[in-house]
Ligand binder design. Structure first.
Ligand code: NZQ
Ligand code: ZN
Length: 398
């Protein structure tokens, strides 16, 4: 196991009806900006529930900013950041999924990057994003009410921002962006369309894979946790598809998705975020849902890199898919595990190839160009996945 530091200050408040805890969790004299997405928080009543809880104690002043897009847009977020300054906001409360949470984290970080006229500087915010926001040293406090289990954003300090004008979808991370708390009410996930539920299961699955499927460093805790999370996602993903009304299933999916990307299983082990980085380009060029880009790319990453990932692929086959047929050679075992992974994604209604989203080989060149523009030229646990490797991965995904 490699050396590591693990720090996670996020208070998780889990369970039905827990939104009422906002009365205690948000400072009583705060000037709060509630941020939300395209309307689901209003439609489902969650926004009203949040406002009622905030009004139940203290003398908070509450403002609202709605309209944060799925794949949150840089320009929209700068408007929210201006609102933070205009109203002296000292607490951001994100109500929604990964997009609202990520967007709100970005707002928290960039609202101090102003021009002389007091508006948030587009250039400074862009510069910050292109250097992962890591040099920003102050941020507005942030809390979250999660309505879709998927990204882990509720318990991590990262995010991904889309800037359509520049065809860029870029990640950032800064410890100041850890939420002070996140409320996880599994009942809130019952209003999700099936597509979003399946997206969430797949995103969490791939998060675990990107931290697990590299090479062994004898990290038994991380490996066993990862394998358990994968098995739970296979079981509960299949269960939620068959019986979406089962709250117990929703609970397990919600906590698993949080655990998949709160830093724990990624400590002290090599990581490979190739699938995500290629996936981000697919989203920014073709507006494909984040999770669906991952299910398209992951099987090809595993096939292309099967030699350097061999030991872990065999471990994955054995411990996650119970492939123990000793008559098969290693290559056959690995291929069987990758096929099982694809079948699982297909069962959830997710695409596993470019053809499944009506793209063909002509899509590859522009993706490679964007990877180059964004400096994604040394991906993987060995930093050896250059553009030629990414091209081969995409060719396999056709
Ligand atoms: O916008 P509204 O109207 O709220 O609708 C949303 C949106 O259309 C809807 N929704 C959310 N909760 C709902 C609901 N509909 C009905 N009932 C509810 N309870 O679901 C749609 C998708 O929401 P979104 O927030 O975009 O989904 P998700 O949580 O999957 O987030 C995806 C974003 O997170 C980023 C992705 O790149 C993508 O931009 N990621 C963030 C990560 C992180 N911070 O660590 C890691 C991930 O790898 C991921 O990259
Ligand atoms: Zn993801």
């Amino acid at each position: 196991m490699n050396n590591f530091q693990y720090y996670n200050p996020v208070r998780i408040v889990f369970g039905e009806g827990q939104i009422e805890q906002l009365a205690e969790l948000v400072p009583t004299d705060a000037r709060v900006l509630i941020t939300y997405g395209g309307g689901s928080a209003q439609r489902t009543g969650t926004l009203d529930e949040v406002k009622t809880a905030l009004a139940a104690s203290g003398n908070r002043e509450v403002f609202e900013f709605g309209g944060i897009e799925a794949n949150p847009e840089f320009t929209t977020l700068l408007k929210a950041a201006d609102m933070v300054n205009e109203h002296d906001i000292d607490f951001l409360l994100a109500v929604g999924g990964g997009s609202v949470l990520d967007g709100s984290k970005f707002v928290a970080l960039v609202s101090s990057l102003t021009e002389e006229d007091g508006t948030v500087s587009r250039d400074k915010a862009w510069d910050a994003l292109t250097s992962y926001c890591r040099d920003i040293d102050s941020a507005v406090d942030l809390g979250a009410v999660l309505t879709i289990p998927a990204t882990g954003s509720e318990m991590n300090s990262g995010g991904v921002i889309n800037y359509s004008e520049r065809q860029a979808k870029l990640p950032f991370g800064n410890p100041l962006a850890f939420p002070k708390f996140s409320i996880l009410d599994p009942l809130k996930t019952m209003t999700l369309p099936e597509r979003q539920v399946m997206n969430g299961v797949a995103d969490a699955f791939v998060h675990v894979m990107e931290q697990y499927l590299t090479y062994p460093v004898n990290a038994k805790v991380q490996d066993a946790f990862s394998e358990s999370l994968l098995k739970i996602l296979i079981e509960e993903g299949t269960a939620v598809k068959a019986d979406p009304e089962n709250l117990e299933t929703r609970k397990n999916i919600m906590w698993t998705a949080t655990m998949a990307l709160n830093g724990l299983i990624g400590t002290g082990v090599p990581q490979d975020w190739t699938t995500h980085m290629i996936g981000h380009e697919l989203t920014s060029l073709h507006a494909i849902d984040h999770a669906r880009t991952l299910t398209i790319v992951l099987p090809s990453v595993l096939r292309e890199l099967k030699d350097s990932k061999k030991d872990k692929l065999l471990q994955y086959a054995r411990n996650v898919w119970n492939i123990t047929d000793t008559d098969q050679n290693d290559d056959a075992i690995i291929e069987e595990a990758i096929k099982q992974t694809e079948n699982f994604f297909r069962k959830l209604g997710l695409p596993v190839s470019l053809a499944d989203v009506e793209l063909d080989a002509a899509a590859i060149d522009p993706i490679i160009k964007q990877l180059e523009v964004h400096g994604m030229v040394k991906l993987g646990e060995h930093s050896k996945n250059d553009l030629a490797v990414s091209r081969r991965i995409l060719e396999r995904a056709v």
